[in-house]
Design a protein around this ligand. Structure first.
Ligand code: AMP
Length: 327
């Protein structure tokens, strides 16, 4: 997760909530990708560190448990600087220029100059982030599959050039597709920080209620007496993700028969969201900044030790040490 600020409900339902489940059955590594933040925010880095702390707090608030998974900061594990350089040597430029988000982001973020070496190379950084842990799986939504595919191609090319012992030095990881419902924001578009339509995991109840009040609804339901269709309504989409089947049934019945108004329906949605957010916000308040810093420090050391195992295999396979020749 990039440290772009406090996380929103889309980040929670689309990624974090799945991670919390995964930590129970897999050995997991979760990190805050502050080096990736530099690919777009290199001109002003002042917010990267404070945002890293906020994201770490959101991770812990959601229920990631440092006793059951490793939570770390990318820039604090120096192997994340080392492997990209080596993998960059073997990655053809054409592979990077073909990544769909490359042109897309350059066209969308017109206020930033993204014609940099770092931005073109970010998929190599991403591949390194994954391969450093020699993982079996990468838990991502469908939108990230192309990146994992490129990671597999880079690993395959590395393994063809450089042999380890009996096994491939960089095993090709597989995608572990996680359900990622696309959550709408208050304007009906995908919830996203760049659209200014988010409900944050940290928003207090009155703010959640206020944001929902102004949320767009089924455009066919103009007057209170017009029947509506929850399947065509962004608030209906929120209900589908957050509400119980009983509330869902009341929404469908009440909206289609116009026996409830949008205001009532939105207050039920706010109730459902707060049922999820209240324990998360309570957990967030139980951590001090000093504790978070310590958790990230310990996690980064653990990640570094694991990444170093991979790097020593990588260096050996590439025959990078003159000392090895002298022996
Ligand atoms: P981003 O910082 O926008 O790249 O988002 C980080 C993670 O949150 C990604 O894994 C996304 O899949 C997920 N995510 C972001 N926005 C949404 C959304 N509106 N609905 C569902 N998942 C989302």
């Amino acid at each position: 997760m990039r440290p772009t600020g406090k996380l929103h409900l889309g980040n929670y339902m689309g990624a974090l909530a799945n991670w919390v489940k995964l930590q129970a059955s897999y050995e997991c590594y979760f990190f805050i990708a502050d080096l990736h933040a530099l690919t777009t925010d290199y001109a002003d880095t002042s917010q990267v560190a404070p945002n890293t702390l906020e994201v770490a707090l959101d991770f812990l608030a959601a229920g990631l448990d440092p006793a059951r998974c490793t939570i770390f900061v990318q820039s604090q594990v120096t192997q994340h600087f080392e492997l990209p350089l080596l993998l960059g040597m073997i990655t053809p430029l054409g592979w990077l220029e073909r990544v769909p988000s490359y042109k897309e982001m350059q066209e969308n973020l017109t206020n930033k100059d993204l014609t940099t070496f770092g931005f073109l190379g970010y998929p190599v950084l991403m591949a390194s982030d994954i391969l450093l842990y020699q993982p079996q799986f990468v838990p991502v939504g469908q939108d990230q599959q192309a990146h994992v595919e490129l990671t597999r191609e880079i690993a395959r090319r590395f393994n063809q050039f450089y042999q380890g012992g009996e096994h491939d030095v960089l095993p090709e990881p597989r995608v572990l597709l996680t359900p990622a419902p696309k959550l709408p924001g208050t304007d009906g578009r995908k919830m996203s920080k760049s659209y200014g339509n988010t409900i944050l995991m940290t928003d207090p109840e009155p703010v959640v209620r206020q944001k929902l009040k102004t949320m767009v609804t089924d455009p066919a339901r103009i007057r209170r007496t017009d029947p509506g269709e929850p399947d065509k309504c962004p608030v209906g989409d929120l209900h589908k993700v957050f509400s119980t089947p009983e509330t869902m049934a009341k929404v469908y019945e009440g909206c289609r028969s116009a026996s409830i108004g949008c205001i009532e329906c939105k207050s039920w949605a706010a109730d459902s969201i707060m049922r999820v957010l209240a324990p998360i916000q309570e957990r967030r308040a139980s951590f001090t900044e000093t504790q978070v810093v310590q958790i990230l420090k310990e996690g980064s050391m653990r990640a570094g030790a694991r990444a170093e195992q991979t790097m020593s295999e990588v260096r050996a396979a590439m025959q990078l040490s003159p000392a090895a020749v002298a022996q």
